[in-house]
Design a protein around this ligand. Structure first.
Ligand code: GDP
Ligand code: MG
Length: 162
């Protein structure tokens, strides 16, 4: 059985963009509007000899119940089914209250978890990261899912958690 890696985070942080980059597929719908991915998408990511399943949990739409409830359900699904959780946040928007709520829920799960700060291309990585340490989730990875920076390093980190 391949390990299952879940991408969790509030809408628009870049989960589907990272999913596409990791799986090199166009299976996950990426768009400018938050929450457009209708269903959870699964793909296979490879790193050297290793491979793992990736799931984009962004498929639950926020129309019915609001973004808070959406995130709670999404995180719960990831916690239940994933072996490793990648918790994505937006390095341009900074730390939000919703990020803190999700972090609280994920911390309780006690599953291997990596905090991933996305959209950091062209930014001072240390400076962007500094704000997120207070989440208490350890050393974050800084990446650009869109441009690819840091994604190799993230895969390397992941491979040590497999
Ligand atoms: P999701 O809702 O979390 O799945 O987010 P998406 O993958 O749909 O991305 C939301 C928006 O952020 C889109 O407009 C993406 O093009 C943009 N985006 C994703 N990754 C990056 C990145 O690394 N840098 C920048 N600047 N924008 C990004
Ligand atoms: Mg998405």
């Amino acid at each position: 059985m391949k390990a299952l890696v879940a991408l969790v985070g509030r809408p628009n942080v870049g989960k589907s963009t990272l999913f596409n980059r990791l799986t090199r597929s166009r299976d996950a719908l990426v768009a400018d509007q938050p929450g457009v991915t209708r269903d959870r998408k699964y793909g296979i990511a490879r790193y050297g000899e290793q491979s793992f399943l990736v799931v984009d949990t962004g498929g639950i739409t926020e129309q019915e119940s609001g973004v808070g409830e959406l995130m709670r359900v999404q995180a719960q699904l990831a916690i239940e089914e994933a072996d490793i959780i990648l918790f994505l946040v937006d390095g341009r928007e900074g730390l939000s209250a919703l990020d803190e709520t999700i972090a609280e829920q994920l911390r309780r799960a006690q599953k291997p978890l990596k905090l991933v700060i996305n959209k950091t291309e062209g930014r001072d990585q240390e400076l962007v990261a500094s704000e997120f340490y207070r989440l208490g989730l350890g050393e974050p990875a800084t990446i650009s899912a869109q441009q690819g920076q840091g994604v190799g390093g993230l895969l390397q980190d992941l491979s040590t958690l497999l």
